[in-house]
Design a protein around this ligand. Structure first.
Ligand code: ZN
Length: 340
């Protein structure tokens, strides 16, 4: 390399991060409105509040406080009992409802096998974002691969990919998910890179280790309980990841012009070392929301079904839902069974 081109390359490499870091501010696909959706698998509501009270989840606590933040415990998984929307409190139906905005009577995902899922009609919310605004940037980071393999990929029209970043890591099931905390760190780091270097309009970041600690898979002393310090420590570890993501979001060069809606929730609670049933500790979940334009009163006053997050995201971005998709499914009479 001759000295002149060497100098030029130096200059360009110094400029490149600055150019990237400018960001579009309000010139983004949704006039600066953006979404950061963080999912913490199997994080029981009374345990997340215990962790906050005991100083083990300072980042989550910070996001609940102030005029821009809130925590609601009136949030629930598992559909409406006694109706066709009733679904098991397991990850397959749970994340499907959180990412599509409908219950099992529509999405048809009954368990973690995902058989019969109707994702072409009730698609992952990022497909709708991409349809409305093809130049938008959608990114998803998970260490439970079925979220990408079954929910995202099955939502595609043909082979049209709507995710600009699809980061997947698989913990080792044969080793009892012992490496799940490391996979969470890889998920965190990939999401940090996107927040720093790209202009995402919507991000979904999923952490799986809390659930595995609840199951006693990683450490046999763990269980789904606010009294279990191993479980609370697992929440604490993910809390630090949330803190790093939020710091990176707030450090974006034109953050002041952007309007980020941060949503953090879980797919189900747990009981002992398991979940899937209809007990309060499995059905009761929580939602942390943070952002300058939150619908505060509505979120604090009314019960928040797991299907409410997608409508909130659409409302924030100004997206009109498709006609076949309505946020509140009509409630059928008690005792009616879903068609097989
Ligand atoms: Zn789960």
């Amino acid at each position: 390399m001759n000295p002149r081109s060497f100098l030029l390359s130096l200059l360009l490499s110094a400029m490149a991060p600055a150019l990237l870091a400018q960001g579009p501010g309000q010139e983004g696909a949704f006039a600066g409105k953006r979404v950061l959706f963080i999912g913490i698998d199997g994080c029981r509501a009374d345990a997340v509040t215990a962790a906050m009270e005991r100083g083990l989840a300072p980042q989550l606590k910070m996001l609940c406080e102030g005029d821009n933040g809130l925590l609601t415990l009136k949030c629930y998984a598992g559909g409406e009992l006694g109706t066709p929307t009733h679904q098991r409190t397991v990850s397959g139906p749970g994340w499907t409802s959180l990412l599509t905005g409908v219950w099992v009577d529509r999405h048809r995902v009954k368990d973690n096998q995902f058989l019969g899922g109707r994702f072409q009609t009730y698609a992952h919310f990022m497909r709708r974002i991409k349809e409305v605004q093809p130049r938008s940037f959608c990114a998803s980071f998970v260490d439970w691969p079925p979220i990408h393999d079954f929910i995202a990929d099955a939502s595609r029209v043909g082979s049209d990919e709507f995710l600009d970043v699809k980061f997947t890591r698989a913990p080792d099931a044969k080793r009892h998910f012992i490496d799940n905390p490391e996979k969470d760190i890889e998920v965190r780091d990939a999401a940090l890179k996107t927040l720093r270097e790209q202009d995402p309009d919507a991000m979904f970041v999923y952490f799986g280790s809390v659930d595995e600690f609840g199951h006693g898979a990683i450490d046999e002393r763990g269980s789904f309980s606010p009294e279990n310090i191993i479980y609370l420590n697992a929440i604490s570890h993910v809390d630090s990841h949330v803190g790093e993501l939020v710091r990176a979001m707030r450090a974006r060069p034109r953050f002041a012009e952007e309007d980020w809606l941060v949503l953090i929730t879980t797919d189900h609670g747990g009981r002992g070392n398991s979940h899937g049933g209809d007990s309060d500790v499995e059905r009761n979940i929580w939602l942390i929301a943070n952002g300058p334009t939150l619908p505060r009163e509505r979120l604090l006053d009314a019960p928040v079904p797991q299907t409410a997050l997608v409508p909130m995201i659409y409302a924030h971005l100004g997206i009109t839902p498709k006609p076949e998709w309505t946020p509140e499914p009509p409630k059928p009479p008690v005792g009616a069974e879903p068609k097989k």
